[in-house]
Design a protein around this ligand. Structure first.
Ligand code: ARG
Length: 453
């Protein structure tokens, strides 16, 4: 039975019920709805709406309901209730009769759903945070395992300068740390309790909203009832934090897909996270990574969806806002499983060091070194840049790296070049010269790893 029958003489149509009901989505809030209901019952006892004994009976029935739905979650959807709030209230009435009908005194589904959803966001956000920490550790372990590996760094997807593989992995640690702090910040801001805001104007009972908020684990109560029942910033912020985080994961996936390609041949992915082709026996496809890259799209879609839903809503609650959950639930599920999937991808990943080294040595990634060498010999950088460009043209024509050119042919470009040039053209020299905070020199990378591990 609907919670609001009195004003109506006719039944709503089956189509309307199908269209209007949110139970198929918001059944996931059952725990939070029960938790919020227990807290509300206790608050009603404190203001004398319920006796102590009534409060205890309601609490016992709600606690029992929590156990029952955990054992048999199917019963929620089978109930055909309008939404999770109606389900919990009806189940309570079925258990304790008329007493159950007292629970909704001074409460509205508007402050109820806002509270339930924030409780859910808090719990889910904490789980994502924990998962991000595990991915961070997996990246740090990968970086320390592969500290010796050298590979080309790219700009414009052209080999630019050599970097260590660990330096690459630590770049994603930086992103992950920003993502963690963004989510922590989001969770801090959403930590206010709407319960007691009523439908929109505040409840008419003298509830101690500070105590109520504390009893539900919130940092404090919301301070404006109109805002409290119609604020979905936390949904938007979670979708936004997820979008940024998945943008990072998608870039990591893309890098690894490229590293795994036949063209690069830089890494080997574990059999656990790859699949074969039904037709081509030789293939080992990086499906897990492609799906992380692919799923990023739907998360952005949900962010756009909720932003658009909210953009022209008048204060306060409007039913449009019921559309907040489907996208959010999908975002948090997707974010969570992408993070989870990355863990075996990273821990099973092996770098083919001979290949990455060969690639770092090819592609004239040491051209900048030669320019710096000429600068050290007194040539202005712009001129040195031009000279080295000509050297590279010649080297390409001869089909060899710069360091394979004879001293004589190098001197033809700049007389200041001496035998000592060959030392600075080595990979080791390229790397160790980037000995600046944030640079790829092995000692810098080791220091970062030590500090973060
Ligand atoms: N199912 C609704 C939602 O998720 C609950 C709030 C309903 N409030 C109302 N006034 N109809 O938004």
């Amino acid at each position: 039975m609907a919670l609001w029958g009195g004003r109506f003489s006719g039944e709503s149509s089956a189509l309307f019920k199908l269209f209007n009901d949110s139970l198929p989505v918001d059944y996931r809030l059952v725990e939070q709805d029960i938790q919020g209901s227990v807290a509300w019952a206790m608050a009603l006892v404190k203001v004398g709406v319920l006796t102590e004994a009534e409060g205890q009976d309601l609490k016992a029935a709600l606690d029992a309901l929590l156990v029952e739905v955990a054992e048999d979650p199917q019963q929620i959807l089978a109930s055909g209730a309008e939404d999770i709030h109606s389900f919990v209230e009806q189940a309570l009435i079925d258990k304790v009769g008329d007493l159950g009908k007292k629970l909704h005194t001074g409460r509205s589904r508007n402050d109820q759903v806002a509270t339930d959803l924030k409780l859910w966001c808090k719990a889910e956000g904490e789980q994502i945070l924990a998962r991000m920490q595990v991915v961070r550790v997996a990246l740090l372990e990968l970086a320390s395992r592969e500290q010796q590996a050298v590979m080309p760094g790219y700009t414009h997807l052209q080999r630019a300068q050599p970097v260590t593989f660990a330096h690459w992995a630590l770049a994603y640690v930086e992103m992950l740390e920003r993502d963690i702090s963004r989510l922590e910040d989001t969770l801090k801001r959403l930590n206010t309790c709407p319960l007691g805001s009523g439908a929109l104007a505040g409840t008419a009972y003298p509830i101690d909203r500070h105590a109520l908020a504390a009893s539900l684990g919130f940092a404090g109560p919301t301070l404006n009832s109109l805002d409290a029942v119609s604020d979905r910033d936390h949904v938007i912020e979670l979708c936004s934090s997820a979008s940024i985080s998945l943008m990072h994961l998608s870039r990591m996936a893309e890098d690894l897909i490229f590293f795994n390609s036949g063209e690069a041949g830089f890494i080997e992915l574990s059999d656990q996270v790859t699949s074969g082709s039904s037709l081509m026996p030789q293939k080992k496809n990086p499906d897990a990574l492609e799906l992380i890259r692919g799923k990023t799209g739907r998360v952005y879609g949900s962010l756009m969806g909720i932003l658009t839903t909210m953009k022209a809503l008048p204060l306060a609650y409007n039913k449009d806002m019921q559309e907040d959950k489907e996208g959010l639930f999908d975002v948090m599920d997707t974010w969570s499983i992408c993070l989870e999937m990355l863990i075996p991808v990273l821990s099973g990943l092996k770098v083919k060091r001979a290949n990455t080294l060969a690639a770092a040595q090819g592609g004239y990634a040491n051209a900048t070194e030669l320019a710096d060498y000429l600068v050290a010999k007194g040539m202005p950088f712009r001129q040195a840049h031009h000279v080295v460009g000509e050297v590279v043209v010649k080297a390409i024509a001869e089909g060899k790296p710069i360091e394979a050119m004879s001293l004589e042919s190098l001197k033809a470009f700049a007389a200041v070049i001496e035998q000592d040039v060959y030392e600075i053209l080595t990979i080791e020299s390229c790397l160790s010269k980037r000995d600046v905070l944030g640079g790829t020199a092995p000692n810098q990378v080791a220091a970062v790893l030590a500090a973060k591990s």
